[in-house]
Design a protein around this ligand. Structure first.
Ligand SMILES: NC(=O)c1ccc[n+]([C@@H]2O[C@H](COP(=O)([O-])OP(=O)(O)OC[C@H]3O[C@@H](n4cnc5c(N)ncnc54)[C@H](O)[C@@H]3O)[C@@H](O)[C@H]2O)c1
Length: 328
């Protein structure tokens, strides 16, 4: 991809899981990359995520809720990958105001800053499959009804629509990707705030049984982070993607019990146990989910490339080696 060479890129949430992997790829493509991240302890930001590219990126440890600093960050940038977000569904129920401030209010401030100082920028916004709520049918395509079942889903939906409105009304080119469970090196494994899979990785490598909620038959599709990064780049460079919303997904669909079994067979040992669903999680659980991602395949040529078994090996070996930077 030559499009990013010498281009000025801003990644909000750049010290987080997906943002840091994206930054690494963009540095490799010859881009000038700036990362902004507030490093809120309960989120996924971690300086170790960029230890190998630290000298090749500019890091600004600030909070996108502070709108006063946004114009300076956005000025002269060619692309904005807007990934700063509060990702925990449970936290969005316990502290809905913070979720609103980050996932909706701050998004509007970012777009306003673009409108005022850099309307020529191209933006890609990382949304979530959570906006669909409990699926009416599977696989879930982009025409599926939108029915969030938690505060995070509502605020991410507002974030999406702010981007689409700014595209449609002000001509600020913006694309939305609805990510599914993404995993890979750099994900948060301290707890289940980003995804339960992070906690499972930590449990497995700590010799603890993986806890599978309920009967473990819930279906999911998992995206390896390199595939997600590829989709972000494709959306950024495509004019067809302007004003559009795309699902990401996987060609492999797996239930959680089989996923736990697969993880214990990779070579790091491990076991799993079925435990009752905690009531506060059950009430915001979406049941079975997997996406129809044929729209992004058709329009942008994206398909997931990394097999689940392959991605899990890469992820577990990363945390086996670097766990001290992620456990506490
Ligand atoms: N990981 C997934 O499975 C997944 C699924 C669906 C959607 N997403 C979306 O993708 C984006 C990136 O997610 P991630 O998995 O890399 O999570 P992450 O928590 O690792 O990254 C988000 C980053 O944003 C930063 N951040 C949060 N609030 C901020 C603020 N106010 N100002 C500046 N920085 C702030 C955090 O410190 C963190 O580093 C998020 O918007 C998330 O909603 C992720």
């Amino acid at each position: 991809m030559k499009e990013f060479q010498k281009k000025n890129i801003l990644i909000t949430g750049g010290l987080g899981f997906i943002g840091s992997n994206l930054a690494r790829r963009l540095v490799g493509l010859g881009a000038n990359v700036t990362l902004v991240d507030s490093l809120i302890p309960l989120h996924g930001g971690n300086h170790f995520n960029i230890q190998d590219i630290r000298d090749h990126v500019t890091v600004d440890c600030s909070d996108v809720r502070e709108s006063s600093g946004l114009k300076a960050l956005i000025l002269h940038k060619d692309y904005l990958f807007n990934l700063a977000g509060q990702t925990s569904h449970l936290d969005s129920m316990e502290d809905p105001q913070t979720d609103l401030d980050i996932n909706a209010n701050a998004q509007l401030s970012i777009l306003e800053a673009c409108r005022k100082v850099n309307p020529g920028i191209k933006i890609v916004f990382a949304s979530t499959r959570q906006v669909y709520g409990k699926p009416d049918y599977l696989p879930v395509d982009e025409k599926h009804p939108i029915r969030p079942i938690d505060v995070n889903g509502i605020n991410k939906l507002a974030g999406e629509w702010y981007h689409l409105i700014y595209n449609n009304v002000y001509g600020i080119r913006a694309s939305v990707l609805r990510l599914t469970n993404t995993y890979g090196p750099g994900m948060r494994v301290r707890d289940a705030r980003q995804t339960f899979l992070g906690l499972w990785i930590r449990q497995l490598l700590s010799g603890e049984p993986l806890q599978v909620f309920g009967d473990g038959m819930q279906l999911r599709d998992f995206s390896y982070v390199d595939d997600c990064v590829e989709a972000l780049l494709l959306a950024a460079t495509s004019d067809t993607a302007n004003g559009k919303t795309y699902n990401l997904g996987s060609s492999e669909v797996i239930n959680l019990r089989d996923l736990a079994r697969l993880m214990t067979k990779i070579g790091y040992g491990g076991s799993f146990e079925l435990v009752p669903f905690p009531p506060n999680r059950k009430i915001i659980d979406i049941g079975d989910y997997y996406a129809d991602f044929s729209l992004i395949t058709k329009e942008l040529g994206w398909t997931p490339k990394v097999l689940l078994s392959e991605g899990l090996v890469k992820t577990l070996s990363y945390y086996y080696e670097h766990n001290k930077h992620y456990w506490n």
